[in-house]
Design a protein around this ligand. Structure first.
Ligand SMILES: Nc1ncnc2c1ncn2[C@@H]1O[C@H](COP(=O)(O)OP(=O)(O)OP(=O)(O)O)[C@@H](O)[C@H]1O
Ligand SMILES: [Mg+2]
Length: 258
């Protein structure tokens, strides 16, 4: 099995008028429209509390795990609304995997961490073996762990653990990987390894990267989407947004003033 899937002609993900409303009619996201093309890395940036995490959690139906939030609008994955009645959210989350700020490594071996999602779908031993090897290679971790796949994952460094989380998500062959500040708990060297992994992966799948760090967005993204107070203020090619933003709020953010 190869990690490469046929490249669709339209967007892989199309977000249409997405709003998330909390109790008291407080809008956490307000009418977001945004498409994600195949083989792209979009950085989602904006000040703390602007809705970045809520946005990525709404792309794979994790927002509904928090009681009290209403979701309106549509998220089309390869043309199908993931909020449709007949859609199983567990399947959505497999197609659009998530990597969190802190590595969510389980107290089991490196191999079993990477195999976790495959076990849930009862993949055969042969499938698990080959998919784990491929996922660890794609996550840029294989050379570091191949001699000790049965060792405890919690003995890995923070950066290795985060790449193991990326491998775990990749093992079930998602088309989209959502990453919510995946390097904010890592040192610069570990951050660099994760960024190198993301740059390779964007040739294969859609990456949506939440980052606080404008320099990181500049290093790895093709496109930047700037959120403020739950609204999409501006989206454009990374160079354009950093050098010639159209909106004053974007300029204030990238120059560190909001
Ligand atoms: N379950 C909830 N109920 C009510 N308000 C919420 C809920 N979850 C988040 N919020 C609020 O929604 C807003 C957006 O939160 P979110 O976590 O998406 O922001 P963020 O951009 O990821 O921030 P940060 O950069 O600090 O991670 C914040 O004001 C937050 O307090
Ligand atoms: Mg957040």
């Amino acid at each position: 099995m190869s990690g490469a899937a046929p490249v669709p002609s339209g967007p892989v993900v199309a977000v249409e008028k997405l709003s998330v409303t909390a109790r008291g009619n407080r809008k956490l996201l307000d009418g977001i429209d945004l498409d994600f093309a195949p083989r792209s890395l979009t950085a989602i940036v904006g000040p703390s509390g602007c809705g970045k995490t809520t946005f990525v959690r709404s792309l794979n139906r994790m927002t509904e795990l928090t009681p009290g939030l209403r979701i309106d609008g549509r998220v089309l994955y390869l043309g199908q609304n993931i909020y449709g009645r007949s859609v199983n959210p567990v399947v959505v989350r497999r197609r659009m995997g998530m990597v969190f700020q802190r590595p969510t490594v389980f107290p089991m071996s490196v191999f079993e961490n990477a195999a976790f999602g495959l076990r849930l779908v009862r993949a055969s031993e042969d499938e698990v073996d080959s998919a784990v090897t491929e996922a660890l290679q794609r996550a840029g971790l294989w050379e570091e762990v191949r001699a000790n796949l049965d060792g405890p994952a919690l003995a890995l460094s923070g950066g290795q653990q985060q790449r193991l989380c990326i491998a775990r998500a990749l093992a079930v062959r998602p088309r989209v990987l959502l990453l919510d500040e995946p390097t904010s708990a890592l040192d610069p060297a570990a951050t660099q390894r994760v960024e190198a992994t993301l740059q390779r992966l964007k040739e294969e799948i859609v990456l949506i990267l939440v980052t606080h760090n404008v320099a990181q967005a500049a290093r790895v993204s093709d496109r930047i989407a700037f959120l403020h107070s739950g609204r999409l203020v501006e989206v454009g090619a990374t160079g354009e947004i950093l050098e010639r933003p159209r909106e004053p709020l974007t300029m204030q953010f990238i120059t560190g003033r909001v």
